[in-house]
Design a protein around this ligand. Structure first.
Ligand code: NDP
Ligand code: BG6
Length: 525
């Protein structure tokens, strides 16, 4: 006999989820402990603790939760709490009662070194004491917020000390970027990580995937029927992705000298944006399936041909100039940067995807420091109308439609199209359909780190990078790095590299390859 369940809904009654008919999934993490290695550093202060605090303040942390900060700096619970209080005041809005409740869950232990047995034993003891007190059921997250040089010792220490053992509950490790510095080192690091943790325990962060408007790309594409039919080579002329920053290298000279723009922004953030814009719809909105579709895009990336490098790659480095009316130093004059450094702070690239949907459609990618303003935008530039029936009255061309995803700082989706100008004359005008992302929403907006930390607690890996995704993006970037850094194949010519004034949109020469294709870089203000 089938079993009949009693429901409160009458036949024919429309069941709307709560929240006025907007389809929302409720997500509340379960109990867990959160251990931050490198807790004295910039990332912990500026991003991690403020993000965890805001999650707590917004009721998005389990009541069974606590944090242990660990690093070599001299500190104790009290001084760590007061350092973090300053950080939260600086990088977040501050609420005294919320802070009081949060800070009671904050502890600190000094390490002699990251892999040091005795130090990790002290963490283990504290962890088991607090696990009992806070009822975290043995679930724990280890966040590696140290420079990469400390990753392996920390991971080894976690295994050797038994800290990461899953005797009770689960154990996860979060690894920051940079994940390696080229394909070979990334593979070696990954092999090491996977000797100590299973893939399902490893959370490789790309905080761009946690940005609200970046996640919205998927919703926008796959929850609306009207865009998908034109999302392909038949209708799209080209795609532009720009991540522009007005900042320079700030206090991260040591790191940036080792990284440069290609490792810092292209290998991760920009290729992930490309993957989201170009991916196929997965059959179900489920972490592994979405991840697989992103990976397929990276697999379809055509590697830049060395002989064609001039037409598809340009590099740049900023010299002193003015941003926001303030004179700023050039890259080589920044604190900690050698005066002869050739590390690029700007790159522009033209890439193609070898698949059915995108064959022949150029994707222009651009990122740089010290632009006049901070803006991240993706533009889908559609083709011209197939027949210009207004030719006699309006001339030979009308600007094609464009769909613009404004990712930051102004979060919007805009559609540029034409209408008739009011009045007796026959003329067109460009207008924008403009949707502000926060419009009509009064709930909590999660900042990128809040979102990825929350997902890690929930065990949802959709917004993290898989082993395969990481490997494919390094496979694409590494030959370019070899070329730029002088390890290219014999006979290959390094791409041209130009200086650009701070406060401009990169070197004018970088406009060349897009202009040679009859196009221009867009910034929809
Ligand atoms: P920091 O340079 O501030 O280092 C964090 C902490 O690690 C330091 O406070 C220090 O603590 C410890 N540490 C520093 N150098 C070493 C070393 N050579 N060996 C061992 N431990 C060291 O880094 P961030 O906080 O800026 O970044 C942490 C990680 O996050 C890095 O991998 C970085 O690339 C990544 N990241 C950072 C971002 C940011 O905005 N800061 C953004 C994106 C990624 P102690 O000496 O007390 O042990
Ligand atoms: C980081 C880079 O990953 O992203 C920084 O290391 C960059 O150089 C930053 O400034 C940009 O992130 P956001 O979220 O400010 O756009």
């Amino acid at each position: 006999m089938p079993e009949y369940h009693v429901t409160t809904a009458k036949i024919g009654e429309v069941l709307l989820p709560s929240n006025q008919g907007r389809a929302c999934e409720e997500r509340m993490p379960g109990p867990c402990a959160f251990v931050i290695f490198g807790a004295s550093g910039d990332l912990a202060r500026r991003k991690l603790i403020p993000a965890l605090y805001r999650l707590g303040r917004n009721g998005m942390l389990s009541g069974n939760f606590f944090i242990i900060g660990a690093s070599r700096s001299e500190s104790d619970d009290a001084s760590f709490r007061s350092m973090m209080e300053e950080a939260v005041k600086k990088y977040s809005t501050f609420d005294n009662a919320a802070w009081e409740a949060f800070s009671r869950r904050l502890f600190y232990r000094k390490l002699d070194d990251y892999g040091d047995n005795a130090s990790l034993a002290r963490i283990r003891d504290l962890l088991s004491e607090k696990e009992k007190e806070f009822g975290t059921e043995g679930n724990k997250i280890f966040y590696l917020a140290t420079p990469p040089s400390a990753y392996e010792r920390t991971i080894e220490g976690l295994t050797a000390s038994g800290l990461s053992e899953e005797t009770r509950g689960w154990s996860r490790v979060v690894i920051e970027k940079p994940y390696g510095r080229d394909l070979e080192s990334a593979l070696a690091l990954n092999a090491f990580v996977l000797r100590n943790f299973r893939e399902d325990q490893v959370y490789r962060i790309d905080h761009y995937l946690g940005k609200e408007t970046v996640q919205n790309i998927m919703m926008f594409r796959f929850a609306n029927a009207i865009f998908e039919p034109v999302w392909n080579r038949r209708y799209v002329d080209h795609v532009q992705i720009t991540v522009a920053e007005s900042n320079g290298v700030e206090k991260r000279a040591g790191y940036y000298e080792q990284a440069g723009i290609l490792r810092d922004m292209f290998q991760n953030h920009i290729l992930q944006l490309l993957a989201l814009i170009a991916m196929e719809p997965p059959s179900v909105y489920e972490s592994r399936l979405v991840g697989d579709e992103r990976v397929k895009v990276l697999r379809a990336l055509r590697h830049i041909q060395f002989d064609g490098v001039d037409g598809s790659l340009a590099m740049g480095q900023y010299v002193s100039g003015s941003v926001d009316g303030k004179v700023v130093p050039g890259y080589r004059e920044e604190e900690g940067i050698p005066s002869g450094s050739n590390v690029p702070t700007f790159a522009a690239m033209k890439v193609f995807l070898d698949n059915w949907r995108w064959q022949g459609v150029p994707f222009y990618l651009r990122s740089g420091k010290r632009f006049p303003s901070r803006f991240s935008q993706i533009t889908i530039q559609f083709k011209q109308v197939p027949h210009l029936m207004f030719r006699q009255t309006l001339g030979p061309e009308i600007a094609p439609n464009a769909l613009i995803f404004k990712i930051q700082p102004d979060e919007r989706v805009q559609l540029k199209f034409h209408t008739k100008n009011p009045g007796p004359r026959v003329c067109l005008r460009d207008v924008m359909l403009d949707f502000s992302y926060a419009q009509g929403y009064e709930g909590v907006m999660l900042e990128a780190y809040e979102r990825v930390l929350l997902d890690c607690m929930l065990g949802d890996k959709m917004l993290f990078v898989s082993s395969e995704g990481m490997e494919l993006s390094w496979s694409f970037i590494t030959p370019i790095l070899d070329l730029v850094e002088g390890r290219g194949v014999p006979g290959a010519r390094a791409p041209d590299s130009y200086l650009y004034r701070a406060g401009t949109n990169g070197p004018v020469e970088a406009d060349r390859f897009i202009m040679n294709d009859g196009r221009v870089w867009r910034n929809y203000g």
